[in-house]
Unconditional design. Structure first.
Length: 256
């Protein structure tokens, strides 16, 4: 599967939350929206009452998950319409609830790949600072393996004193890389695209926007040994070690 990335193939971009895909692949998608299928797994709204009201970066106070999810889904829809993507979807799981629905996510994602005849998947890397991102990675690899298609991963990222740092894990595990440095016009378009996500403006401005890059690798069981701390205090219940046990249990169930 060591092949260069190309949007000449039917490509499924799998993101954990609204805004994830535009951050990492917005301009790449703009090159070939007709072959780009976008699937976001959650509505971006935490299900924990302690998180509400949420005051978005737009200054609006969202009293409950329903209000916040409505806003985030509207932003995502508007963004992909502006990119010319006709095929964008959302499974509408709650933020931080993917780990409780791993089997269901994989089942739904597998049906999606088969029904749309997807030829490659682009998704989050691993390990990540958010469990939803890690579930997106795991589910994508399980489905890709089942359908003999490649997976391309976004670089991992972390925040250091408010600055977003992106990096791939050790490159020895990767088969191919795609890297695109945006020119001035493309960077301007991307900034305009992300302005659509007004409720997330404060977070998005810290991301590296000038480069879009993916690394292609097959699923390796040893990767599950890697972990980084989850974002605190926003991640309420999940712990990296529990998420990995959940993944291993799923893999074990496949061989029973």
């Amino acid at each position: 599967m060591n092949k260069l990335f190309s949007l000449n193939k039917k490509t499924l971009f799998v993101g954990a939350h609204p805004d994830d895909i535009p951050i990492f692949a917005g301009i790449t998608i703009l090159d070939c929206p007709e072959n780009s299928y976008v699937l976001t797994l959650t509505d971006g709204a935490p299900l924990f009452e302690i998180d509400y009201p949420v005051v978005g970066d737009d200054g609006v106070s969202y009293k409950n998950p329903k209000e916040y999810a409505k806003k985030r889904l509207e932003e995502d829809s508007k963004a992909f319409e502006s990119l010319g993507v006709a095929n964008f979807f959302n499974f509408k799981f709650s933020d931080q609830d993917l780990i409780n629905n791993v089997s269901k996510v994989i089942e739904k994602l597998d049906s999606f790949v088969v029904d749309w005849k997807i030829e490659q998947i682009v998704t989050h890397g691993f390990p990540q600072t958010h469990p939803d991102h890690e579930v997106a990675w795991f589910a994508s690899h399980m489905v890709a393996k089942n359908n003999s298609i490649p997976v391309w991963e976004f670089p991992n990222y972390k925040f250091d004193e408010g600055v977003c740092i992106t990096e791939f894990p050790p490159t020895s595990t990767y088969l191919s890389f795609y890297k695109r440095t945006l020119n001035e016009d493309e960077l301007s378009k991307k900034k305009d695209l992300l302005k659509i996500y007004s409720s997330q403006e404060g977070i998005l401005k810290n991301h590296l926007l000038s480069v879009e890059e993916f690394g292609q690798r097959d699923f390796i069981l040893d990767v599950l040994l890697q972990k980084v701390p989850y974002l605190s205090p926003w991640i309420r219940e999940s712990k990296p070690e529990d998420v990995r046990i959940n993944f291993m249990n799923f893999i074990g169930d496949q061989f029973e």
